[in-house]
Design a protein. Sequence first.
Length: 468
Amino acid sequence: MNKIFTLITLICLLSFTASAQIFRKADPVICPVDHNSYDTFVAPPAAFKNAQARSAKSTSTADIVVTYNGFTEEARIAYQYAVDIWASLLKSPTTIYVNANFADLGQGVLGSAGPSSFVRDFPGAPFDTTFYPLPLAEKLAGFSLNAPGDADIISNFSSTFDYYFGLDGNPPSGQYDFVSIVLHELGHGLGFTGAVSYNPTTGIGSWDIGTTNKSSIFTKFVETGDGTLITSLPPEGAETAEAFTNNDLFFNAPLSFIALGERPQLYAPSSWNSGSSYSHLDEIKYPAGNENSLMSPQFGAGEAIHDPGVSLDIFADMGWVHTYLNHINTNQITNNISDDFSVNLSVASDTGFNLLAPVLIYTTSDFSVADTISMTDTGNGINFEATIPNPGGNAVIKYYFSGVKDGLGRDFTSPFNAPANFYDINILTIPFKPVPYTLTDGGNFETNPNDFQSLALKGENNLWKYGE
């Protein structure tokens, strides 16, 4: 009985530690009005047009459900059109719930939006101690992380502006294209937000979210012009504030770099623009009419853009285009010192594969020496299996999976960032300890509960009373 209790206790403690996901409230990103007038239109991407031709509902790869507050029917139709564009471009196994509100947002603000919260250290998180916007975290985890039906994105729109609710990207003079603004705000809700802060009174900037040295996934890729990562600067300080306001910030990750042929430039004006700085693309670099201008901070009358442009590639770098290597470790703690250990891996990708030859790499010496086992396809090209030899006796086996490259040429391991991260099998041989009492008449309380009646405690002595 003592052995069983010890094993159960260890398993419970490890299970509790592994599920310690942390949430933080997200502040919305603001979209200010540009008082200039334009006559520009960037059409929706081909993927959306093709989806429309085949009936968008049947071909959407993400399910986005919106709760409307204060919307007219024509405003709903325009909002849904923007939703359908994003739904044709993203993939998620979970439903994304959105709250959409018309409200008085104050002078000069067209809209505001963001994820309802950030979360880190959830199951399936590629980076440890890194905050992800909730919709992206749920995509990576493969299931909802908040209460059923709770909003993943909260979006707000000014009730005082003259919007154009048509779907053709042709707003009349003086009107603001509502589809474009919704598409932009949903972009913030899906993750185009750095979640940094700046105090103009003290001149202090901060990139951490609520806890020292823990950034958003967006910020993980942000750097200054000379290549200095924001996360290498002090989490809070004047040096960090200067980086936020030097007109010299870039998002540096492979897919968005390839798409542009250079690093996308972020909006970092010399005067901090609360709610807009850092969490947009640069307005001057990507002006109205530019194919990558959707996530620049301002919208003017007559400006219409129905294509995310490079923002979609930034999302791909953050994890919206992902390859899943799923493994459940069923042998984390065991007293098995004889039978070999069977392990399984399932693989899926948003892109297909350039390489799908999973291998299991394991060690009993902290990877100073390691062995590699080619995994066996169970027959469907998705599920693979392998067997780790049992070393016998007390031991810790550490292992991870490799040999998978997605259709974009990115290598994946499970867990992410292996071998710094790994799975483990802890083999424990716990000696049998006899119970500190004698059962009368051959009784056995471990198999017959009637042989054990009560337990009384007096001071430090355990007094057992057993049946006759």
